[in-house]
Design a protein around this ligand. Structure first.
Ligand code: GDP
Ligand code: MG
Length: 168
């Protein structure tokens, strides 16, 4: 039996919750001060999609989001991508399109999804719901709102990417 393995990269500005999301999904934990991994690394989780075993390998960056040379190696071979921003960080929302371009410049068109994390902080939101929806529509991407803290919608994001990858 051939097993499907998918390399998933999680990109976005610093502190939007990328490392936390990977930890949450693969280890089931949330910590306020997650210790940054040294260098490029990934965690994995296996799920079943249409009776098929799918191994998702979630690649994390060690907070070196700003250094292109490192991130290029990190994107290599990626088959799916989470474009993440934070509910309480306007710059992170404004940067989503440029993250998409960076990834596509390296790996071409792959399965992607836009994720607005920290939805538990909605009372302090600096992005209006219609703005986020308009961006998703413009980029023709599925859009999820997550709280890694409250474990809301995280599984759904990665299941969607796995299904999208398989359906392609
Ligand atoms: P990264 O730089 O994108 O990898 O972000 P981190 O995963 O290091 O998270 C940055 C901070 O945001 C940490 O203090 C996390 O605990 C916190 N954080 C992550 N996800 C959430 C969330 O859904 N809600 C809240 N309130 N905080 C979060
Ligand atoms: Mg990180």
């Amino acid at each position: 039996e051939i097993e499907t393995a998918i390399k998933v990269v999680v990109v976005g500005n610093g502190a939007v919750g990328k490392s936390s999301m990977i930890q949450r999904y693969c280890k089931g934990i949330f910590t306020r001060d997650y210790k940054k991994t040294i260098g490029v690394d990934f965690l994995e989780r296996q799920i079943e999609v249409n009776d098929e075993d799918v191994r998702l390998m979630l690649w994390d960056t060690a907070g070196q989001e700003e250094f292109d040379a490192i991130t290029k190696a990190y994107y290599r071979g990626a088959q799916a991508c989470v474009l993440a921003f934070s509910t309480v960080d306007r710059d992170s929302f404004d940067a989503v399109e440029s993250w998409k371009r960076k990834v596509e410049d390296e790996v071409g068109t792959i399965a992607m999804v836009i994720v607005q994390n920290k939805i538990d902080l909605i009372d302090d939101a600096v992005v209006q719901p219609n703005e986020a929806e308009a961006l998703a529509k413009k980029l023709r991407l599925r859009f999820y709102r997550t709280s890694v803290k409250d474990n809301l919608n995280v599984d759904e994001v990665f299941r969607y990417l796995a299904e999208k990858y398989i359906d392609e």
